[in-house]
Design a protein around this ligand. Structure first.
Ligand code: ADP
Ligand code: MG
Length: 258
């Protein structure tokens, strides 16, 4: 049985303008992410992966089209509404961790909770649960500078999960890690999906990282060109299932100004 989509992207377009020049970054993107899926977005540098992820996470807004997460049409929200929505619904994992160097691991994980109406006892409970999930309870008083890259990213994952968000988004979460630490992080993401039914969208250009996801969407020049389904048990020969994306332009949009 296919789970209900938790994310729906409908006919999404995004362009930026630089002076009088218009730069199309995403064109006519339509995709669904079922609840509890671990999805990877792959594609060459500049293909629009981060732009797409940021729009799904409510950090940026489409030029046209709709994005629905859970019950809410986030593409219609004002900046202020989006900021509030993100706090509750999205956990972010970044390539370079984005931890505050003067705070301990514990305090870094606690940060997103300070924006929510919780008692300090509730916050403590959630922080400890999140740190336990990433097996860093014994390092909670360390500052980022006293932790390895892999440990810092585990703090990053604890911070992403601590609010129990609807969605976890990760932009190249293993991009700065050695392969052993990268595997630890990917194992954790798989665990969040399997154990907690978390929906995870991960941008990566590393095929090994992508192969840990259930489904991989391939972007090229702002379009979805392919969908692949890795089978970890067959990864010895790298076999995957592939299908071409239907990339037709929906009717009535061909004549939109470009
Ligand atoms: N704020 C912006 N203003 C102008 N162009 C942008 C902006 N953000 C991204 N772009 C352009 O959009 C394209 C896709 O960028 P990005 O989503 O970061 O790609 P990827 O993550 O796949 O490397 C690039 O050509 C980039 O230069
Ligand atoms: Mg990027």
């Amino acid at each position: 049985m296919k789970a209900q989509p938790i994310v729906r992207v409908e006919d999404l377009r995004k362009f930026f303008t630089r002076g009088s020049e218009k730069i199309d970054v995403l064109e006519n993107l339509t995709l669904d992410v079922p609840e509890g899926e671990f999805l990877a977005l792959m594609g060459p540098s500049g293909s629009g992966k981060t732009t797409l992820l940021n729009m799904i996470a409510g950090l940026d807004r489409p030029s046209s089209g709709r994005i629905i997460v859970g019950e809410e049409i986030i593409s219609r929200m004002s900046e202020g509404q989006l900021a509030k929505w993100r706090t509750r619904h999205v956990g972010f994992v970044f390539q370079f961790y984005h931890l505050l160097p003067v705070l301990t691991a514990y305090e870094n994980v606690e940060l997103p909770l300070l924006l929510l109406p919780l008692s300090s006892a509730q916050r403590r409970k959630q922080v400890l649960t999140a740190l336990d999930l990433v097996s860093l309870t014994d390092r909670m008083s360390h500052r980022p500078g006293q932790l390895s890259g892999g440990q810092q990213q585990r703090v990053g994952i604890a911070r992403a999960i601590v609010t129990d968000p609807t969605l976890i988004v990760a932009d190249e979460p293993t991009g700065d890690l050695d392969s052993k630490s990268a595997d630890d992080i990917l194992n954790l993401l798989v665990e969040l999906k399997n154990g907690l039914n978390k929906t995870i969208i991960m941008v990566t250009h590393d095929p090994r990282a992508a192969s840990r996801a259930e489904r991989v969407l391939h972007l090229e020049k702002g379009r979805l060109v392919r969908e692949t389904t890795p089978y970890p048990e067959r990864s010895a020969n790298g076999a995957t299932h592939e299908s071409e994306m239907i990339t037709q332009v929906p009717r009535g949009r061909e004549d939109l100004p470009r």
